[in-house]
Design a protein around this ligand. Sequence first.
Ligand SMILES: [Cu+2]
Length: 180
Amino acid sequence: MDDGKRPLLLAVVLISIAGLFQTASAVEHIVGGEGHGWALATENYFDNWAAGQDIRVGDTLKFTWSGTHDVVQLSTADTQACNVVGNKFNKWTSPGVSVPLQTAGTFGYVCSIGTHCNDGSMRMTVTVKATGNSPPAPFWETSPPPPGSVFTPGTSSDSSFGSPPFIVALVVAIATLIVE
Ligand SMILES: [Cu+2]
């Protein structure tokens, strides 16, 4: 190989390796969805929202709100009972807080202001799954999404462009061009 082309090839490989790590990057979940946030809601709204998310260790929960709310982490039993005078594991009072999820398990969050938990349904049980249990499907195995569902805002990245097979193919293609 021409020695002058080695730095370029090295750069391509390094960028591609960075791309591999990007596929496993943390997802920031905006609690309640972008249009709703951490606010008074209908019954089970936040539990239903959480059940629809793929929440993994390393992800964060972002609680956004206006007005007077807070976020208190309780046991799941205290969460379901809105027992905000029970054991508080954590409390956050600044809107926009990002709560890191460092271990797999089931966690409960409520708003402790007034009767927001009981009457405003501001309670949520979240299941955090371990990382790496379901790697994204290779793009050739992914069935085409139904019309209108492409680029749905708020869903986590399922792009096949970041998948390892795609990146390996890209590296091989570019490296072939360079060495010719
Ligand atoms: Cu509240």
